[in-house]
Design a protein around this ligand. Structure first.
Ligand SMILES: Cc1cc2nc3c(=O)[nH]c(=O)nc-3n(C[C@H](O)[C@H](O)[C@H](O)COP(=O)(O)OP(=O)(O)OC[C@H]3O[C@@H](n4cnc5c(N)ncnc54)[C@H](O)[C@@H]3O)c2cc1C
Length: 299
């Protein structure tokens, strides 16, 4: 039975950076990713706050990240880690497809996934009228009307991408827009974007695909109808950490609790990036966490 020094789970910015630093430190490790290299970066239309690039499309940055891995001969194992347990002085990590792997240490770089609205029929329409990625699915709505749900930076900036493709883009938020002023100011450059504040979706309409929604005013509770062909959700992110519940390392929101060395309370399990309990979830903080964590993992 081979026991690796380290398994890194997740190949978003945090996991990729950890792999780069681990390789350079000559650690015997493996990198696991259940979807694609780049993580949530792939979902970002324009990134304007990552040093070295005045502005870069998220998918393009993910390609650059991937070339870092190729350059250093780091393999990505495309599989999901489904369970982690202690096993005779090391950890056993069960995978979805390739059996169990063993490691002395584990670094969790799981990131987050999009929060859903919790509406009836939402799961049925996911991928068939409801999307969480404008850059991935926007082209399906060429010349059509779409509703972007959310009021933060992601909702507003992804609307700009959609406005270049769609006939009409509604940005709807339960409160007021909370995005940075710089982003809000750009909305006026798009004649086909309309902001709807203090409303939320009460009901989804359609049979095989989305045909419209009933909105509810969050103050007056008044109902209104809106015809749209697609809905893009930017209502926050949740950590994909259900499979870690038995380890008792999560806070009440499902984020992983760590100390300043990125250690969890289970000796040998570390966590970094968006999946940990922290204040700022960005690419720069994810990559910073990774460099520091590998320093302490290699101590
Ligand atoms: C629409 C959008 C726009 C954004 N725009 C910006 C921006 O402009 N600037 C900025 O700095 N940040 C932006 N962000 C935030 C940024 O993408 C994140 O902060 C960053 O990606 C976090 O990196 P991470 O590696 O921690 O997590 P992620 O990027 O989420 O990567 C985690 C990876 O782990 C994998 N994974 C999860 N669980 C498992 C498992 N059990 N087994 C195997 N693999 C697993 C996932 O598939 C994923 O690839 C944006 C986010 C979104 C959603």
């Amino acid at each position: 039975m081979e026991v690796l020094d380290l398994v890194i789970v997740g190949a978003g910015p945090a996991g990729i950076t950890a792999a780069i630093y681990a390789k350079r430190a000559n650690i015997n490790f493996a990198l696991y990713e259940k979807n694609f290299v780049g993580g949530n970066v792939v979902n970002a239309y324009e990134i304007e706050n990552y040093p070295g690039y005045a502005k870069i499309n998220g998918a393009d940055l993910a390609v650059q990240f991937n070339s870092n891995l190729t350059e250093l001969n780091i393999d990505v194992n495309y599989d999901e880690i489904t369970k982690i347990s202690k096993n005779d002085g090391c950890f056993a990590l069960e995978t979805a497809y390739s059996g169990t792997i063993y490691a002395k240490k584990v670094l969790l770089a799981l990131g987050t996934k999009s929060r859903k609205l919790g509406l009836p029929k939402e799961d049925q329409f996911m991928g068939r009228g409801i999307s969480t990625c404008a850059t991935c699915d926007g082209n399906f709505y060429k010349g059509k009307d779409v509703l972007v749900v959310g009021g933060g930076n992601s909702a507003v900036s992804e609307s700009f991408y959609l406005a270049n493709i769609c006939n009409k883009v509604y940005i709807m938020t339960r409160h007021e827009l909370k995005a940075d002023k710089k982003e809000i100011d750009k909305i006026k450059n798009f004649k086909n974007i309309e902001v709807i504040e203090f409303k939320s979706i009460n009901e989804l309409h359609g049979d095989k695909k989305i045909e419209g929604v009933t909105l509810i005013d969050t103050n007056t509770k008044e109902l209104s109808e809106l015809k749209v062909d697609g809905i893009f959700l930017y209502v926050g992110q949740v950590p994909p950490t259900d499979f870690l519940k038995d380890l008792d390392i999560l806070n009440k929101y499902g984020f992983i609790e760590v100390n300043e060395k990125f250690e969890t309370k289970v000796d040998g399990i570390f966590a970094i990036g968006d999946c940990i309990s922290k204040n700022v979830r960005q690419i720069v903080t994810a990559v910073g966490d990774a460099a520091t964590a590998i320093h302490f993992i290699n101590e």
